[in-house]
Design a protein around this ligand. Structure first.
Ligand code: CA
Length: 521
């Protein structure tokens, strides 16, 4: 009650302030919930099946919300949920409905309600670059060249080569395949339609935002098929639109292969884009036992963006799974999780990563049924699963790791919990440390006068030849005794002169693959 009174009072103060100073701009920081979030990416088809048809469904995710809440994640990205002729859904048949294999619109709304009650937000994949070739718009455009839908797609009288596909009376452009004809965003009708789709999902269904598939490919300019000026202009207008529908709506763009500098070019167009460079850096460092990959990725990133406003991940549904890349090495998987969850950015965890599911291409095999337990079909379904689970599920599953304090699952839980407790891990600044040994990773996170040292031995051997130094200045001085927040150890005090330190060894020896967080206060 007191809280409510206080809240009312604060609201009154805020409203008064607004009247005096005018409304806050759309980019108001208080709406940027994603800066605090830990996301979990789900392929609905493979998560949990509740009606025994071998296909995961919305009700399956609803049933597993307790698991997700225990894991600690605060937001979910659902891969495409709209009707589609493909198993993956990245070619949409109807933008105003859900895939009946996954359930009904009411099932989906129920999932949203249940998630929101747990303070878990849900964003969905929005595939706007192209439709399915079986979408009624395209069928009409193809069958009837005088239809106004003809101009919703991109046509040529002649075959212009790569990415052009024979249709009725001409060729159409489809960057990914003939099954996915590109939409023509130079046509205002198309833009208006997809603004309406956006409004529908936010306003009438209640999603919290979108992951924009193939975001950089929206509008081609001649031979240039990515990150064009026309694409940027389109997103600038789109951003204004969706923020007007809901200032708290979030978009994250798939801008594959782009460096950090590209993220800056999408400012005020998309809320965030995925930092693929950093993902590669983390995976390379962990796999190669050398800090070089991640340090150089950070140097590139920090040169362009110093506020951590991008999405981070290890691997996603288009890449071989973390544990396969790391050849099943659990210590390395733990290090990868440590890096992801203690660094700036908004982390995304691909389902099953937290228990070490393996999977290598083809795509179907990196999107296999979730490994819940050692029962038939990995506890995913009592029916005939759409694709058999990975053969390792008998040993590698949630149930086997649930109560083991040393499991990968509990490692993820601990790190996510720490990230939630310590804002410095989410939004603190980052300084790279010299470590005097390529096998030793070290960074300092800073927020106000608080500092956290993240330290790890990336190799399979103990390391005693190393020394940390900080070139940048911090506010602390004198002998500080670091407090261990993660990886129990008693650290040697650090002597800080002029806000800097050199030749510092928190521990005489760093055990193989061991990671630590030390708090300087
Ligand atoms: Ca089902």
């Amino acid at each position: 009650m007191i809280k409510r009174l206080l809240a009312s009072f604060l609201l009154l103060v805020l409203l008064t302030a607004c009247v005096l100073t005018g409304p806050e701009p759309a980019s108001d920081k208080q709406n940027e919930w994603w800066r605090e979030a830990v996301f979990y990416e789900i392929f609905v088809r493979s998560f949990y099946d509740t009606d025994d048809d071998g296909i995961g469904d919305f009700n399956g995710i609803t049933q597993k919300l307790d698991y997700l809440q225990d894991l600690g994640i605060t937001a979910i990205w659902l891969m495409p949920i709209q009707p589609s002729p493909s198993y993956h859904g990245y070619d949409v048949l109807n933008y105003y409905n859900v895939n009946p294999e996954y359930g009904t619109v009411d099932d989906f709304k129920h999932l949203l309600d249940e998630a929101h009650q747990r303070d878990i937000r849900i964003i969905i994949d929005l595939v706007i670059n192209h439709t399915s070739s079986q979408h009624p718009f395209f069928i009409e455009a193809n069958n009837n060249p005088s239809s106004h839908f003809r101009e919703w797609y991109i046509w040529s009288d002649t075959d212009l080569g790569n990415n052009w596909h024979p249709g009725n009376q001409g060729y159409y452009y489809g960057l990914f395949c003939d099954c996915m004809p590109d939409l023509n965003y130079r046509n205002p009708e198309v833009t208006a339609q997809f603004k309406e789709v956006t409004r529908y999902w936010i306003d009438e269904i209640g999603v919290d935002g979108f992951r924009l598939d193939a975001a950089k490919h929206l509008i081609e300019e001649g031979d240039v098929t990515e990150n064009t000026q026309a694409t940027h202009d389109w997103y600038r207008d789109y951003y204004t639109f969706y923020k007007s529908v809901d200032p708290g709506a979030y978009t994250v763009g798939e801008v594959f292969g782009a460096g950090a500098f590209i993220a800056t070019t999408y400012e005020n167009q998309l809320d965030q884009i995925f930092n693929f460079e950093l993902a590669n850096g983390m995976m390379n460092s962990v796999n190669g036992g050398s800090k070089t990959g991640i340090h150089s990725a950070w140097k590139f990133t920090l040169a362009e963006i110093d506020d951590g406003d991008y999405a981070t991940f290890l691997t996603n549904h288009d890449q071989d799974r973390v544990m396969s890349v790391l050849n099943g090495n659990q210590d390395k998987a733990k290090l990868a999780a440590f890096l992801l969850l203690t660094l700036p950015g908004t982390p995304f965890i691909y389902y099953g990563e937290e228990v070490g599911m393996q999977g290598q291409k083809p795509d179907e095999d990196i999107r296999l049924p979730m490994q819940w337990n050692a029962n038939e079909n990995s506890g995913f379904s009592t029916g005939n699963p759409w694709r058999a689970p990975h053969s390792q599920y008998l040993d590698i599953n949630v149930a086997a790791q649930e109560n083991d304090p040393d499991s990968l699952l509990n490692h993820y839980r601990k790190l996510i919990q720490l990230r939630k407790e310590l804002s410095i891990l989410r939004t603190g600044e980052l300084s790279l440390l010299e470590t005097g040994n390529s096998g030793v990773y070290g960074v300092l996170r800073t927020e106000g006068d608080e500092h956290i040292l993240a330290l790890a031995n990336l190799t399979d051997a103990p390391i005693s030849e190393y020394a940390l130094s900080l070139e940048e200045s911090m506010f602390l001085k004198g002998d500080i005794t670091p407090r261990a927040l993660f990886g129990s150890a008693r650290a040697t005090p650090v002597n800080i002169k002029n806000g800097k330190f050199t030749g510092y060894k928190p521990l005489d020896e760093l055990p193989p693959y061991q990671a630590y967080l030390f708090q300087f206060k």
